[in-house]
Ligand binder design. Structure first.
Ligand SMILES: *[C@@H]1O[C@H](CO)[C@@H](O)[C@H](O)[C@H]1NC(C)=O
Ligand SMILES: *[C@@H]1O[C@H](CO)[C@@H](O)[C@H](O)[C@H]1NC(C)=O
Ligand SMILES: *[C@@H]1O[C@H](CO)[C@@H](O)[C@H](O)[C@H]1NC(C)=O
Ligand SMILES: *[C@@H]1O[C@H](CO)[C@@H](O)[C@H](O)[C@H]1NC(C)=O
Length: 460
């Protein structure tokens, strides 16, 4: 009797043991050549931060990466956004020359080919990256970070290299549950100087502002953080943006959501997401809110010096889209000068060039020598940027580091010009103070009488 029980116990232990090894790749962080990850099985990164597995939206099944601990599930990468598996039972298979996602009939819905002499191996890393490397040389053969979805994790880069035709960007989901391509994307545009733009389809919606060597000209506050480092790598043909988390106990994700906002989320041990910030934030963030040749400040628009509203009527009704035009044709001469705008998000750079090795004076002269040059600035003391024609999407910031000089008909030395402005505004303040002191004096007098002013009585 006892013996039979022991035998049964032993048998079930063996069965359990066998079951544990029936799916050897389950819960590991890697997939070896010839093996498959089946629908329902997961890879978990070494420190159990990220999970690779299958998830479904109705009839559609996707392969994705999400956080192991966060609830509700936060998906950061999707392999087959545009080609869902239908009918269930998909699998991810690593062959000697490709990583393939198959549907239940064995047809690939998504695949990536690579070449290697030795057998490859796939790993889900604690950064959230899925990589394939060579088991002998360790060479990287493929990585998911080169194909981001809607989320920039620390270490993922977006940008372009025109010499290799690479252009990598993030695109929102269609809606909260459908990971297929939505309408909004965050990208760098090779037709502009390095900048990160949020697009609605092919139309810009928001610009972080041209990269000035240390930060984005429209987001000066981004520089001052000990939590994150921002990294723009610019070369002759390429520009890439990424960020690094300096405190690795905090999780970060930067997501373009279906509502057309770019949200930066963070989380510490609490397993909850807190919004760090989102963009765009206000009226002035709206791309070209003020139309051409105007600057936005605090939700209001002002024409640049020597420009007036194209349609004064629209402008007075706060419809700024028409922008501003020059008061008079600018005579192109060496006698031209510049008006000064401080602390700006510099204009969009579709019509601008950067010339290296030119300081403020050289840059000014470069602009003066060309009739169509409309503005200039200098980044990092020697990177001269000159604009041609209309200037769009200028924002005056309350804190900022970039100045802009816009072309006007006559030379007016900017410093004395600023002093006069200061003197004028100081006198205005004094007059306002005197008037309000007088008014409050009179008001108190009338209050003391506790009687309405008699008809005909003069206040002053
Ligand atoms: C999925 O696979 C399971 C187990 O292999 C099988 O029982 C089931 O019929 C399959 N479902 C479909 C829709 O093929
Ligand atoms: C492949 O990448 C994994 C994960 O980074 C690493 O542990 C492994 O050592 C690499 N393979 C080789 C041969 O270097
Ligand atoms: C910045 O990004 C480049 C690639 O775009 C990378 O090679 C470099 O290591 C990054 N630097 C930092 C500090 O993250
Ligand atoms: C985690 O976040 C919460 C809320 O944002 C904050 O109050 C708390 O101090 C943070 N803890 C750590 C360790 O950063």
């Amino acid at each position: 009797m006892q013996c039979a029980m022991l035998k049964a116990a032993l048998l079930s232990a063996v069965a359990l043991f066998a079951a544990a090894f029936a799916h050897p790749q389950q819960n590991g962080d890697s997939l070896t050549t010839g093996l498959s990850l089946l629908n329902g099985q997961n890879l978990v990164s070494a420190q159990k931060i990220f999970v690779l597995g299958f998830f479904s939206n109705g009839n559609s099944t996707y392969l994705g990466v999400w956080y192991n601990e966060m609830q509700p599930r936060t998906i950061v990468w999707v392999a087959n956004r545009q080609n869902p598996i239908t009918g269930g039972n998909g699998s991810l298979t690593l062959t000697s020359s490709s990583l393939e996602l198959l549907d239940r009939t064995g047809n690939p819905v998504w695949s990536n080919a690579f070449q290697t002499q030795n057998s490859p191996q796939a790993f889900l890393l604690d950064s959230g990256n899925l990589i394939v490397n060579d088991t002998v040389s360790g060479n990287l053969l493929w990585q998911a970070f080169d194909h981001p979805s809607d989320t920039l994790l620390p270490g993922i880069r977006i940008g372009y290299d025109t010499s290799t035709n690479d252009n990598s960007f993030v695109t929102s989901w269609k809606n909260g549950s459908d990971p297929s391509l939505g309408e909004y994307s965050l990208r760098l545009d090779p037709k502009r100087l390095p900048d990160v733009l949020l697009f609605h389809g092919s139309v810009p919606k928001y610009r972080m502002g041209t990269w000035n060597g240390q930060g984005f000209s429209g987001l000066p506050a981004l520089r001052a953080t000990n939590l994150l480092a921002f990294n723009m790598t610019v070369d002759e043909d390429s520009a890439y943006y990424s960020y690094t988390a300096l405190d690795t106990s905090i999780l970060w994700r930067f997501v373009v959501s279906p509502d057309g906002l770019a949200h930066r989320w963070c989380s510490n041990q609490s397993n909850l997401w807190t919004e760090y910030w989102h963009l765009p934030q206000d009226q002035c963030d709206v791309y070209v809110y003020c139309g051409a040749n105007a600057a936005c400040y605090n939700g209001d628009c002002k024409c640049l010096s020597e420009f007036t509203p194209k349609s004064p009527c629209d402008w007075s009704q706060r419809n700024f889209a028409g922008g501003c035009v020059r008061d008079a044709v600018l005579p192109c001469s060496s006698g031209n000068g510049f008006a000064f705008l401080s602390k700006v998000k510099v204009p969009d750079t579709l019509n601008a060039i950067m010339v290296h090795g030119k300081g403020w004076d050289d840059c000014k002269n470069l602009c003066l020598r060309q009739c169509s040059c409309s503005a200039y600035t200098v980044f990092q003391e020697s990177d001269c940027v000159v604009w041609f024609g209309d200037l769009v999407d200028i924002v005056q910031l309350s804190e900022g580091i970039n100045d802009l000089y816009t072309r006007v008909s006559h030379s007016n030395p900017s410093h004395s010009g600023r002093n006069i402005a200061i003197i004028v505004s100081v006198s205005v303040v004094v007059v306002v103070l005197v008037i309000s002191a007088l008014l409050s004096f009179c008001y108190r007098r009338s209050q003391q009488k506790h009687l309405p002013l008699a008809e005909g009585e003069e206040v002053f």
